[in-house]
Design a protein around this ligand. Structure first.
Ligand SMILES: Cc1cc2nc3c(=O)[nH]c(=O)nc-3n(C[C@H](O)[C@H](O)[C@H](O)COP(=O)(O)OP(=O)(O)OC[C@H]3O[C@@H](n4cnc5c(N)ncnc54)[C@H](O)[C@@H]3O)c2cc1C
Length: 74
């Protein structure tokens, strides 16, 4: 008998939610575990004063990552 889940994501903030979503879209059997209710305001991803920039001082791959993140966000 196979495992019920191939991936378990602990914590469904922005990063965990995106990870679980993308893996499920790829056909993985994913379980997401969150200690609070969906939409709670206890995590780092919550609030109204976050900023995302499309520039960086160093060429460390941040800009392509941010560009791809914007496309996926839409
Ligand atoms: C005040 C503030 C301002 C910020 N401003 C910016 C900004 O302007 N620009 C920027 O790019 N970044 C900013 N950041 C950082 C950015 O918000 C975080 O890096 C990002 O949101 C982290 O996302 P995350 O999904 O990793 O964490 P979180 O959103 O914190 O998600 C973690 C989740 O895991 C859950 N969890 C934790 N432990 C357990 C457990 N044991 N079992 C089950 N669930 C668990 C939590 O409840 C939560 O839902 C800011 C952060 C803060 C706090």
């Amino acid at each position: 008998m196979g495992a019920a889940y191939e991936v378990i994501v602990v914590g469904l903030g922005a990063m965990g939610s995106a990870t679980a979503y993308r893996l499920a879209r790829r056909g993985q059997r994913v379980l997401g575990l969150e200690m609070f209710q969906p939409g709670h305001d206890q995590g780092s991803s919550h609030g109204y004063h976050r900023m995302i920039r499309m520039s960086a001082l160093s060429d460390d791959g941040y800009v392509p990552l941010a560009t791809r993140a914007f496309a996926l966000w839409r």
